[in-house]
Design a binder for this molecule. Structure first.
Ligand code: HEM
Length: 182
């Protein structure tokens, strides 16, 4: 009986300690350094991607302002920063782009180079890469190690940020989400 009491007390104590440890664990967003750090990381990363001949053909028709702005809010949302991401889903934004597995790997290498430059600790780096790795299935359309493949003619870029077409698409999305909420 005494042994059982001691066991239960220890179990309760352990549970309390692990709950408070969990509560204290900051979001990945906070551990990366918040808005300013993520913004600097995305700027450096975008520069590397656009200069990388293994993948930069894919960006030829896209609006760089939209890309960088949406990438920042996406990273914030994906790391638990609570930002509102207003871009397309990963499947829709990369549809008909013909991204290969090799090109996905090249982009990840560019991100690792940026994270290393900013001295992001191994734990946070692996968490971020793990989260992004889970999106591979929505982005890669061609199972090949090839890189530098052309942008297919059928790819239709998203409207430039602030353009009439962009405003229309946003209004449509808002209407849809309001309808869903009601
Ligand atoms: C986990 C990896 C990736 C993530 C998280 C990601 C994220 C994003 C985001 C958030 C956007 C903005 C969508 C919008 O504005 O509506 C975007 C657009 C884009 N991404 Fe990616 N991406 C990834 C991998 C790749 C790869 C491997 C390539 C090509 C090699 C690529 C090429 C592009 C291009 C060209 C656009 C602009 C699309 C357009 O103009 O409509 N992305 N991506």
């Amino acid at each position: 009986m005494k042994n059982l009491k001691t066991f239960l007390m220890c179990a309760c104590l352990l549970t309390a300690v692990s709950i408070s440890a969990l509560a204290q664990e900051k979001s990945l967003y906070e551990r990366l350094g918040g808005e300013a750090a993520i913004s600097a990381v995305v700027d450096d990363f975008a520069g590397r991607v656009l200069a990388d001949t293994r993948i930069n053909k894919k960006f030829a028709d896209s609006d760089p302002t939209r890309l960088v702005t949406n990438l920042k809010s996406f990273m914030c949302m994906a790391t638990g920063g609570g930002c509102k991401y207003e871009g397309l889903s990963m499947k829709d934004s990369h549809k008909n782009m013909g991204v290969t597995g090799g090109e996905f790997g090249a982009l990840v290498e560019d991100l690792v180079a940026t994270l290393d430059k900013f001295k992001v600790p191994e734990k946070e780096k692996n968490e971020l890469l793990g989260a992004l790795g889970g999106m591979k299935g929505d982005i890669v359309e061609v199972e090949s190690n090839a890189t530098g493949t052309p942008l297919p003619k059928k790819f239709k870029p998203a409207p430039a940020m602030g353009s009439k077409e962009d405003m229309k698409a946003k209004a449509k999305m808002e209407k849809k989400s309001k309808k869903k909420d009601n």
